[in-house]
Write a protein that binds this ligand. Structure first.
Ligand code: COS
Length: 401
């Protein structure tokens, strides 16, 4: 059954995220964004508000809430700033949910439970300096020596790289398959910062998400215990794609929040600002831009909710997630560009938040699958060239009550 009513627990998550955004993000976001600084306190505040593990099962320290709740929290956080939503995308979407799904019980106890309660931070390392969209183009290798794998390689554009304790890293375990670009030679590993040979750093000079932590991870002969292999050897590509299914979902919901932020900023400004002796809200071309934001918000929301509904029912949702991610990010870029336009010269300065929305919106059409990758995926689904196959593991079952 499809219902547009939220449950009490979904409303509670929405309230928690909105309150955190209003109290802990919005008051200082202009300062952190201007200074290109990540606020380490925010993660602690999110942990305290139960926002780092609410959609993980209770047996692993979470609150057992559903995936619609996750989307709602992402919408609310990105309404305030993209950098806050990115924390959920990475820590929950790309790390905790996949670890919960693919790791064994021993691994979960060590690498999931402390993350769910916010004692440790997890991130995801797939992208490299020379491989983003082309996931099998990565170069990182994992060579087995006795009971460890030695990892060598460089990961780039990794959110939370410089603050995370645990990394879900993708590397080639079969060097012949690497040469042949056969994805079944890739594997996934849980790597601790403390394992040795790991160094991380921040990337400076970003166009947007300036209050977010984005960096690199470099591994030189990093010894990773063989028991830290996640899933089976050779399942790395599938695990990476699974991670992206969850991460892209959070990006879709977050971008929807950014569209709403653009709409609300424009509604306020258009009512207040007068030109030609009328509030600009009365000018038809301004109305058109606001109407487009309204429509974009509504259909982007329906798309991420459809993907969330499929996740709740335990069905594969790669197709729906990709569509939601593509459309909401495309619309967020348009909404933010129009929001600057509605604000005129004021939109061109950081006196108003729309300039930040404009810079932040650009990244989401690049990370977690460029708009071009999603366009091609959607064409291939429609043409019957691609279909989602059942997996041997599934997202944790959630309480939808
Ligand atoms: N979950 C689990 N398994 C998946 C999957 C998913 N979402 N998507 C594909 N697979 C499986 C397939 O079932 C297939 O398994 P078999 O070989 O057993 O049949 C295998 O993985 C290979 O799938 P496929 O042939 O569809 O892979 P492609 O080479 O067509 O994938 C794209 C190409 C471009 C879709 C993929 O590389 C991609 O998404 N790239 C973008 C990566 C990205 O987003 N990078 C940004 C990282 S974060 S900044």
């Amino acid at each position: 059954m499809i219902s547009f009513e939220f449950t009490e627990s979904q409303i509670e998550v929405l309230r928690m995220a909105r309150e955190l955004a209003e109290r802990k993000i919005l008051p200082d976001i202009q300062k952190y964004d201007r200074e290109h600084k990540y606020n380490p306190q925010l993660m602690k505040d999110m942990a305290e508000a139960d926002l780092l593990g609410f959609c993980l099962p209770e047996q692993y320290g979470g609150l057992g809430m559903d995936y619609i709740s996750l989307g709602l929290a992402c919408e609310e956080l990105e309404y305030a700033d993209t950098s806050a939503r990115v924390i959920l995308s990475v820590h929950i979407g790309l790390y905790s949910l996949p670890v919960c799904t693919w790791a064994n019980e021993e691994q979960k106890e060590k690498y999931l439970n402390p993350c769910t309660v916010g004692d440790k931070i997890g991130t995801f390392g797939l992208t490299e300096p020379a491989a983003g969209s082309d996931a099998v183009g990565i170069r990182t290798t994992a060579v087995k020596k006795g009971d460890v794998y030695l990892l060598n390689g460089e990961k780039m554009w990794i959110s939370l790289a410089n603050v995370a304790d645990y990394f879900l890293i993708f590397a080639w375990t079969d060097q012949d398959k690497k040469k042949a670009r056969d994805h079944s030679g890739l594997s996934a590993f849980l790597v601790e910062r403390e394992f040795g040979g790991v160094s991380t750093g921040d990337i400076y000079g970003k166009l947007g998400v300036r209050a977010g932590s984005t960096g690199y991870i470099s591994m030189t002969d990093t010894p990773v215990p063989a028991k830290n292999l996640v899933g089976n050897e050779g399942e790395g590509f599938k695990i990476a794609m699974f991670c992206l299914d969850q991460g892209r979902y959070t990006v879709a919901a977050g971008s929807t929040g950014l569209i709403r932020a653009c709409r609300d900023a424009c509604v306020k400004y258009a009512r207040d600002r007068t030109t030609f002796q009328h509030p600009i809200a009365e000018h038809q071309l301004v109305k058109e831009m606001i109407a487009n934001m309204e429509a974009s918000y509504e259909y982007s929301r329906l798309l991420w909710m459809k993907a969330g509904w499929k996740k709740n029912s335990g069905e594969p949702s790669t197709r729906e997630t990709s569509l939601a991610k593509w459309i909401s990010c495309r619309e967020a870029e348009k909404a933010a560009a129009d929001a600057v336009q509605v604000h005129g010269a004021y939109g061109f300065s950081d006196e108003y938040p729309v300039e930040r929305y404009f810079r932040n919106a650009k990244g989401s059409s690049i990370y977690e699958g460029t708009r071009e990758i999603h366009t091609l995926l959607q064409a291939d689904y429609a043409l019957g060239f691609r279909e989602d196959k059942p997996l041997r593991v599934h997202l944790p079952v959630v309480d939808q009550g």
